[in-house]
Design a protein around this ligand. Structure first.
Ligand code: ADP
Length: 325
């Protein structure tokens, strides 16, 4: 009796167990498939794509199937963001590298011209021209002018590299801008007379500005020099300082050759010149306006340049005003 009762129940248990095992195996199989599809395969995609990115495919990004596990998808998105930032940084580095090599090429080119000239004049003198005073004197003068050009160029290069590397420290204080401009106008008189250009300066009561006097003197010298250099015979340069809401407004306007519109957007770039031959002939280096812009930026002063070819150029910027000096 007991055996009869036992037999079916063992069978039932065994059947049940087999069923359970089969069910368990099926669940396990389904789970494995799910894990395979939602975790393992996406992880493989991540591994392969990141390996590709590391080998230089900087634009490659991880694309996962829609049913990938949420946390794996989050990780993939984070890696993609990182790759975006790295690609952006690499592009920036490449751009800087291009700018640097362009700059070096420009510098070499600019240095070569006066060095070759000095070399040429001295060689001709040594080859016998020294004995002929009619040739010797002008050649020596030309060699000297080119040596001066080299000196100006090197000074501008040193300035621009010190400003751009942040090495140049500015020393801010209050000073009288009217006194400074009067001095500079006085210093420019010989150059203006040689070019047959007259320089006028008018001002109101606003005299005290806050800035680096030496550097602003460099800015003003550069702008006044340009207004004289790129002027016409009998032309004028009008300098005006006046009080305005934000400080003291400084304007340098000339009646010179002006700058054709297509050049205006690039005029503050290093070595950019409208007419290279004219710039060289008047001792330009092509770095003046780039230096001016950097110095004014350090004073939070925006430079505005308007110009019309054949009519003249007007440059305006505002310096912070201060207590009465
Ligand atoms: P440069 O040493 O050649 O004068 P700048 O950087 O001072 O270099 O000026 C760049 C170029 O902008 C000049 O070569 C010239 O073509 C143009 N330029 C600058 N100022 C004036 C101006 N007042 N009138 C006409 N052209 C100007």
């Amino acid at each position: 009796m007991t055996g009869e009762v036992l037999e079916p129940s063992i069978a039932t248990v065994i059947t049940g167990l087999i069923g359970l095992l089969a069910g368990g195996a099926l669940v396990l199989f389904m789970m494995r498939r799910h894990v395979q599809r939602t975790i393992r395969q996406p992880l493989e995609i991540i591994e392969n794509t990141t390996a590709g990115i590391a080998q230089g495919a900087v634009s490659a990004r991880i694309v996962l199937p829609e049913d990938a596990d949420a946390s794996v998808t989050q990780a993939a998105l984070a890696i993609n963001r990182l790759a975006d930032r790295a690609a952006h940084d690499i592009e920036d580095m490449r751009r800087l590298e291009r700018v640097r090599s362009e700059f070096i090429a420009n510098v070499s080119h600019e240095l070569r011209t006066p060095i070759f000239s000095v070399q040429g004049y001295l060689e001709t003198l040594l080859d016998g021209a020294m004995d002929d005073p009619d040739v010797a004197i002008p050649f020596l003068e030309k060699a000297y002018l080119n040596a001066m050009r080299l000196n100006t160029l090197l000074n501008d290069l040193i300035d621009i590299s010190r400003i751009e590397s942040g090495e140049l420290k500015f020393s801010f204080r209050y000073f009288d801008i009217v006194d400074l401009i009067n001095e500079l106008v006085h210093t420019s008189e010989i150059r203006a007379r040689q070019a047959n250009v007259t320089v006028h300066f008018s001002y109101d009561d606003a005299r005290s500005v806050y800035g680096d006097k030496e550097r602003l003197s460099q800015v003003l010298t550069n702008l006044i020099d340009n207004a004289i250099k790129y002027n016409v015979d009998g032309g004028r340069v009008n300098i005006t300082t006046s009080a305005c809401d934000d400080g003291v407004r400084i304007e340098i306007a000339d009646t010179g050759i002006g700058i054709p519109e297509q050049h205006l957007s690039r005029i503050f770039e290093r070595f950019y010149r409208v007419d290279k031959d004219r710039s060289r002939a008047v001792g330009g280096t092509g770095l003046g306006l780039a230096i001016v812009k950097h110095i004014l930026e350090a004073h939070d002063a925006q430079i505005e340049l308007t110009s019309q070819a054949g009519r003249g150029t007007r440059i305006v910027f505002t310096l912070r005003s201060g207590e009465q000096v």
